[in-house]
Unconditional design. Structure first.
Lengths: 151, 267
């Protein structure tokens, strides 16, 4: 693994750790019923988003942020495996596939925020940005692995 | 030796993805904008009638409402009593015209304060068309004055419904907000530095797609969601004002509902 490739994987690892921190904070706030540090200004309203029926996984009492903990943990784990090992193309593709799942989920959640609720939660948006960043990193890495070579 | 042959730059798929994601988000925003209803309109005569109606609600109607479905978010705070220009304890309001929560809270604010004095210069408006709870029918304090022998009322509407800057706080008001509005939310209301609350006491969705007249009419129906929320909130605000007005006027503050709420607020 080259130096620039290692930096990309390290960035994905950091994004995963930051995402775990944000998701854990939102999950703690959900279960402990603590006041959320968030302004209610203009379209920004964490209260509106996190107080909506979409803030829990359908059919369960689990907050959506708990799924965020799982997603970011797996993503960080995949990055760590690649960082500590040789970083195979298969691992990079697996990470890309996982990121694509995350990206699809993020687009759905953004749809709910903008279209259904008309409000954005700044904490959620930060986590979404980290998922998009992870997707872009893994996509770029996969391109590096699949770049055509000649003798 | 293997030499890479670059046909497509490795960054291109990522750049294309960013563009694709941006397009999807813009499409969501456009859809939301296209499906947002136009703000309702009201004639000057109808506006005057609505304002007259809500500023002169019968005491018995308010007494019967109790706290209704309102969320009591009034907290006791400590500090030297805030005194208004007329030498009376001051009620201070901070909000903005675009803000739907402020739109919801102005209804009970006006109803409650009208039990202690007289408003002039109230105007109808709606919250932002593009914010959550779009076009919530309400009023604005931007040109309003309030005369009372019991309390003073000062208000700041920081932005108009299109989020253009409107009024600015004085340095004293900024200090007050920094001290008591710990969640940095609007609307924020301070009752003489003895009680304060931030946010609306009910969700604005119950005013969705209603005209001012319809909201005013709904207040005449005791069991309506609007009456339960707005009159209940007005009673909570009334009780807080009674706490700083020295229980004056007695005709307002001695009502059993207000007394009961005041007991819950703590002296």
């Amino acid at each position: 693994m080259g130096r620039s490739d290692r930096m990309l994987v390290a960035a994905a690892l950091l994004a995963g750790l930051a995402g775990i921190a944000i998701s854990a904070y939102l999950t703690i706030v959900h279960y402990a019923a603590l006041p959320l540090v968030c302004t209610t200004t203009g379209i920004i309203s964490c209260e509106r988003v996190l107080g909506s029926p979409y803030s829990v996984i359908a059919g369960s009492g689990l907050p959506t942020s708990a799924a965020g903990i799982v997603w970011f943990s797996v993503s960080a784990g995949l990055a760590l495996v690649q960082l500590t090992g040789r970083g195979s193309a298969r691992q990079a593709r697996l990470h890309l596939a996982w990121s694509a799942v995350g990206l699809a989920t993020v687009l759905y959640l953004v749809f709910l925020e903008i279209v259904q609720l008309g409000a954005l939660c700044i904490w959620c948006s930060s986590a979404h940005a980290l998922v998009v960043l992870t997707f872009l990193i893994t996509l770029t890495r996969t391109q590096t692995f699949s770049a055509p070579t000649a003798h | 030796m293997r030499k890479p042959v670059s046909r497509t730059p490795t960054w291109l798929p990522a750049a294309a993805s960013v563009g694709g994601i941006a397009l999807v988000v813009v499409a969501f925003l456009a859809y939301r904008w296209a499906t947002t209803p136009a703000p309702p309109v009201i004639s000057p005569n109808s506006a005057a009638l609505v304002i007259s109606t809500i500023t002169s609600l019968p005491a018995t109607q308010l007494e019967q409402a109790g706290t209704g479905s309102a969320k009591n978010s009034i907290k006791k705070v400590s500090g030297s009593t805030l005194i208004g220009p007329n030498g009376k304890p001051e009620v201070f309001y901070l909000g903005a015209e675009y803000c739907p929560y402020c739109a919801a809270e102005r209804w009970p604010m006006i109803i409650a304060l009208s039990r202690f004095g007289t408003f002039t210069g109230l105007q109808t408006t709606t919250s932002s068309s593009t914010d959550i709870y779009p076009n919530t029918p309400t009023f604005t304090f931007r040109s309003a004055t309030f005369a009372s022998q019991y309390v003073a009322f000062q208000s700041v509407e920081t932005s108009d419904r299109n989020q253009n800057a409107l009024q600015t706080q004085t340095s004293d008001q900024q200090a007050l907000v920094s001290k008591y509005d710990t969640t940095n939310s609007i609307p924020f209301v301070d009752f003489g530095n003895h009680y304060a609350f931030a946010g609306a006491m009910y969700l604005p969705d119950i005013l969705g797609n209603m005209s001012w007249q319809q909201v005013a009419d709904s207040l005449q129906q005791p069991g309506s969601p609007q009456a339960r929320a707005i009159l209940g909130s007005a009673n909570l605000i009334t009780a807080a004002i009674c706490q700083i007005s020295g229980q004056q006027p007695a005709a307002v503050c001695s009502g059993s509902s207000i007394q009961s709420i005041e007991a819950g607020l703590g002296g």
